[in-house]
Write a protein that binds this ligand. Structure first.
Ligand SMILES: Nc1nc2c(ncn2[C@@H]2O[C@H](COP(=O)(O)OP(=O)(O)OP(=O)(O)O)[C@@H](O)[C@H]2O)c(=O)[nH]1
Ligand SMILES: [Mg+2]
Length: 424
């Protein structure tokens, strides 16, 4: 399905591209018209002002200069939308992304620039993982039918890509079984491999009973963002705040990492960008549980749907870290017993097997309900997502492939596996 060589696929993608281009043009024209209207208004106002100050000593010339500067400023602020995504080239990236969307049942006129942009980023992000895994795999498999030897090669490659022993065993065993029953061609082998990888990732998601994680309406949802230092907790929280407020959930942020220097300021920047308030306590050595206490009060008062809690990753040792988390949970249970609590572990994909260790250790003590994989851009260890699913039984809820506010999306196993094996 993602065979971008096929003529009909290209034709389909080219139609989607033309439609998007048309939409973008229309939007641009509408915006330009608005700016023109504003300019006319501004000039009228300035003309009145000029009339009024005619008696004064300011020369007409000076006034025109000031007016020019004003108009310039206005143009700048109008075009300043750091979240706007522009349509790129009609290239291989576009075609591939459009095909992945089509394979999931999207119609040609339902595709958005945002989706294309994200898929291109994900595909690009997983390039390093692919280089050390898929390209070699394809060379080994070639177009010939699979052999027991090629399965041994595949096994080594999967382990090297941080997929983990358990999940590798599962994949290899089912491939071996299939191979014993019939001849499996290279192309078919890849198809089968994709399905197996998807099944591994989807298992904990299906077990959880919820395909995607969204705040449940009518209740306070509290999402604790946990993980060791530097994995991307605060950044992830900022992106989640944007996603959630854009989706019309009343959102609030609790700055409960009171240990890290400037953590509140860092959160405030993200809060400002998505128009979400941050509840914090600026005093030195503030108690994280007390911040959460205040934040719950605020959330109740405002009838918030979602409270996002940033937590510390830098405590002296693991026990302190877990104690802090359980104190926070106790406060929530006590104050809002019917709140829906999600403990989401943030894992930095580039840490590979180390990330897996963190997941295992947090899963034991922190009662996790899901994982968020960050920094999938530019790492060769994206395969660790599979190990987290298979070995820790954690549903992956979101993934991030960049530092921008839009570089985090709900996890989609189909898209992830297609991006991982994008060369075929
Ligand atoms: N390339 C890339 N960088 C990321 C991503 N997510 C976070 N980062 C970067 O990772 C660094 C650490 O991010 P933070 O959000 O401060 O991490 P943290 O877990 O809150 O760190 P502490 O609060 O110090 O424990 C920052 O430079 C982020 O910009 C991502 O998906 N891709
Ligand atoms: Mg932080």
């Amino acid at each position: 399905m993602t065979n971008i060589e096929s003529d009909s696929s290209r034709e389909w993608a080219s139609q989607a591209y033309a439609l998007l281009k048309q939409k973008q043009e229309l939007k641009k024209r509408a915006e330009q018209q608005k700016v023109e209207e504003l300019k006319v208004e501004e000039v009228k106002v300035e003309e009145v002002k000029v009339e009024e100050v005619k008696e004064e000593t300011i020369s007409e010339e000076q006034k025109v200069e000031e007016l020019k500067v004003e108009v310039k400023k206005m143009d700048f602020s109008n075009s300043q939308d750091d979240t706007e995504v522009k349509l790129g080239e009609f290239d291989d990236n576009f075609t591939w992304s459009a095909m992945v969307l089509a394979a999931q049942g999207k119609k040609v006129n339902e595709i958005s620039i945002d989706e294309i942009d994200w898929l291109s980023k994900l595909r690009r992000g997983l390039e390093e993982t692919r280089k050390g895994f898929v390209s070699e795999l394809l060379d080994k498999l070639g177009d010939d039918p699979l052999t027991p030897e090629s399965l041994d090669d595949l096994e080594t490659l999967l382990i090297r890509a941080d997929v983990g022993i358990d999940s590798t065993d599962k994949v290899i065993n089912s491939l071996r079984k299939k191979l014993n029953e019939e001849v499996v061609g290279g192309e078919e082998g890849i198809k089968f491999l994709k399905a197996e990888l998807r099944a591994i990732i989807e298992k904990p998601i299906n077990n959880s009973g919820r395909k995607i994680l969204v705040p449940q309406k009518g209740k306070l949802n509290v999402w604790l963002i946990v993980g060791v230092n530097g994995v991307g907790k605060t950044t992830t929280l900022g992106k989640l705040a944007y996603l959630s407020s854009k989706s019309n959930y009343k959102t609030l942020i609790a700055a409960a990492d009171t240990f890290r220097a400037a953590a509140v300021e860092q959160l405030q920047v993200w809060g400002d960008r998505s128009n979400v308030d941050v509840i914090s306590n600026q005093s030195k050595n503030a108690d994280p549980a007390a911040v959460v206490f205040d934040a719950i009060n605020a959330a109740n008062k405002r009838k918030s749907d979602l409270l996002l809690v940033d937590t510390a990753g830098r405590l002296q040792n693991k026990n302190n870290l877990m104690d802090e988390l359980s104190k926070i949970k106790k406060i929530i249970d006590k104050k809002v017993p019917d709140a829906i609590i999600e403990s989401l572990l943030v894992l930095d994909a580039s840490q590979g097997q180390n990330g897996l260790k963190q997941a295992k250790s947090f899963a034991k003590s922190a009662n996790l309900s899901g994982a968020i994989i960050t920094k999938l851009d530019g790492t060769s260890r994206g395969g660790v997502s599979l190990a987290v699913s298979a070995e820790v039984n954690l549903p992956i809820r979101f993934i991030a492939a960049g530092e921008g506010i839009k570089d985090l999306k709900p996890f989609n196993s189909f898209e992830f596996v297609e991006a991982l094996l994008a060369d075929r």
